[in-house]
Write a protein that binds this ligand. Structure first.
Ligand SMILES: [Zn+2]
Length: 383
């Protein structure tokens, strides 16, 4: 009896340790299928363009991002290899077990608790605000350990990044974003505290309806609450970009009606090539363009109904044709529990796919990064 008990405990312990080591291998996969050849013209166009990715969750899994890993999708060496100038790092702090894109209750059992507690990380027990603080600490350590990684907090930082990047292609910017305002914590100054910590993009809801807004994947899928409306108004005052990526259609409608600055969809797709609860209608695409904003197209199945570079490029082409080449951008969702066909070091394959889809060179440049830089420069505080 005692031996059985000890064996059981040992098995659980081995499973727990194995989970820490192997989890990312299963949840952030790169398919091994051969990728299309990238022409010299595409390589030249890609590496002479500003490249911005509006969403990756790479801070989440605890991997040392200063080293090139064989798992996951992005780290500093691979971002540089892929010619990325600016990476927006998303902070997801609470996800329901059995997470899906159609309907989720607020988490009873929180998968993020499992993820943080499994590697004994800070934020294991403190809930979403503690997990947000742990993410911000990680970005701080990362920027401290790499002198060529710059934490972008202002339009001036962006201008300096562009100037520095001209001199040194190793220069890389990082911007901190929150997925789900439940990470902000309580109190009337919760958003101001996050701003002081360096957050410059916030999505009010993530995978479930919260006290700020309805989620596209929630139960009621309602609009903005009073708190959501007040928070959004304060975001505009402070210079925090509004991310509509996971909002319910009703919340997007309400937000577009009151937005006075460009908004972003940091990672998503379009119903025109991939109709589901995760993607944007033509009307919402037009509404986002009317604010002067951008839609970041993702590289995974629920965003573009495929994972091939051409699937991503088709969604980009659709959006460019519908709302113009000034309103489309990249939003990988790398390391966000996604399976993709190319990691960030191989990003030029997407430039090739855009050219193959008939997107003009000047439009490719805008999609790769100029649009995202324009919107962030217009949104972030000047200093
Ligand atoms: Zn997301």
């Amino acid at each position: 009896m005692r031996i059985a008990l000890l064996a059981g405990i040992a098995l659980v312990a081995i499973g727990w340790i194995a989970l820490a080591f192997f989890l990312e291998r299963f949840v952030n996969r790169v398919e091994g299928a051969p990728l299309p050849e990238v022409s010299a013209r595409a390589v030249e166009l890609h590496h002479s363009s500003a490249v911005v990715d509006l969403h990756a969750d790479s801070l989440l899994f605890g991997r040392d991002l200063t080293h090139r890993a064989r798992v996951g999708h992005a780290d500093l060496p691979r971002l540089r290899e892929g010619g990325v100038w600016l990476q927006v790092f998303g902070v997801a702090t609470s996800t329901p077990a059995g997470m899906n894109i159609d309907r989720n209750e607020a988490p009873g059992f929180d998968m993020m608790a499992l993820l943080f507690c499994n590697r004994l990380a800070a934020g294991c027990l403190g809930g979403p605000p503690a997990r947000f603080a742990a993410h911000a600490d990680r970005l701080e350590q990362l920027t401290a350990s790499d002198p060529k990684l710059v934490w972008v907090r202002s339009a001036n930082d962006l201008a300096q990044l562009r100037a520095a990047r001209k001199r040194d292609p190793q220069m890389l910017g990082a911007l901190l974003a929150i997925e789900g305002a439940h990470a902000l914590g309580d109190g009337p100054d919760a958003l101001d505290r996050a701003f002081a910590r360096g957050v410059r993009m916030v999505g009010l809801a993530h995978f479930f309806d919260n006290e700020y807004a309805g989620s596209a994947h929630g139960v009621a899928k309602g609009g903005l609450t009073d708190l959501g409306r007040r928070t959004f108004a304060r975001m505009e005052e402070l210079g925090i970009a509004a991310d509509l990526a996971h909002l319910s259609p009703a919340a997007i409608d309400e937000l577009l009606a009151i937005a006075t600055r460009p908004v972003v969809v940091s990672h998503g797709g379009v119903k025109g090539t991939c109709p589901n609860a995760r993607t944007l209608s033509d009307a919402h695409l037009r509404g986002i363009a009317r604010t002067g904003g951008v839609v970041g197209i993702g590289y995974w199945k629920e965003a573009v109904c495929g994972t091939a570079p051409r699937d991503v490029a088709r969604a980009i082409r659709y959006a460019v044709d519908l709302i113009g080449d000034e309103h489309v951008a990249l939003g990988s969702d790398y390391d966000g529990g996604t399976t993709v066909s190319f990691d960030t070091s191989q990003l030029a394959v997407l430039t090739q796919a855009m050219l193959d889809e008939g997107v003009a060179d000047a439009s490719v440049r805008r999609v790769l990064g100029e649009n995202a830089l324009r919107v962030l420069a217009a949104t972030l505080p000047s200093e």
